[in-house]
Design a protein around this ligand. Structure first.
Ligand code: PXP
Length: 248
């Protein structure tokens, strides 16, 4: 079975659009990402993912602490590879962290974390997570140098960036981008890495995405939050999980 991690950042985006200045005791603040997470879990989500960005544009720190206390599956904290975020993760102790780029310097051409160009910082953070028993994942482009560097630095997981593929979905570049993902997943698996994937996955492209070999988990946010507006959270999650696990 392919596990489904539901990224709830955009529930918080909607809340922040109206309640950016609300304090924790500011009354009825909606929509609540914690309630979204609970509904997603009831519908079969295998994990809840949030990105605590340094600019706090959607998820806030208090959301992360509330989720730590309420998520019953596993909490996956996406974060920048910085000493501040490393310290926060060690206090929070989520089941997973996923290291993602937040500034231009850390980003490869397609948008994944540049592990090759930031070896020392990534190594320090991965070592701290490994020592604490937090499973670390590196959000990288599906290219051999980044995959090899991730394995060399001792990360147990990679999350292959599906954004370039999703972007090319209606263009002639789609087949090439998909082959890049397939080859990347095979290499990552051969190097002993567990393979996740995410970014830009929706109810249509999931049919092909799910055929990437060796997939452990897909992290999906925008399309699920968007569909939930019409169908409710539980139906949106149930349908994505069903599509992720159809027989091919
Ligand atoms: N995986 C990672 C590492 C992400 O940063 C994001 C959000 O950008 C996602 C998955 C989910 O992407 P989307 O919201 O496009 O489904």
């Amino acid at each position: 079975m392919i596990f489904l991690g539901v990224n709830i950042d955009h529930c918080a985006t909607l809340r922040q659009a109206r309640y950016r200045d609300a304090t924790a005791d500011g009354g009825a603040v909606e929509p609540d990402p914690v309630a979204f997470a609970a509904a997603a879990e009831r519908a079969g989500a295998d994990g809840i993912t949030v990105h605590l960005r340094e600019d706090r544009r959607h998820i806030q720190e208090r959301d992360v602490w509330r989720l730590r206390d309420t998520v019953r599956t596993r909490l996956n904290l996406e974060m920048a590879c910085t000493p501040e975020m490393t310290a926060l993760a060690l206090k929070l102790m989520p089941a997973f962290v996923c290291l993602v780029p937040e500034n231009r310097r850390e980003v490869t051409t397609e948008g994944g974390l540049d592990v090759v160009g930031n070896r020392d910082r990534v190594r320090d953070c991965v070592a701290a997570m490994n020592a604490a028993g937090i499973k670390a994942s590196l959000f990288i482009d599906p290219d051999a140098p980044q995959i090899d560097a991730s394995a060399d630095l001792g990360a147990p997981f990679v999350e292959l960036h599906t954004g370039a593929y999703a972007h090319a979905y209606f263009t002639p570049r789609r087949a090439g981008e998909f082959e890049r993902l397939r080859a990347g997943a095979k290499l990552a698996h051969a190097r002993g890495l567990t393979v996740n994937a995410g970014h830009g996955i929706n109810y249509e492209n999931i049919a092909e995405v799910r055929t990437i070999p060796h997939l452990y988990e897909l992290n999906i946010g925008h399309s699920i939050v968007s569909r939930a507006v019409f169908t409710g959270v539980e139906e949106a999650v149930r349908e994505m999980k069903r599509r992720a696990n159809l027989e091919t």
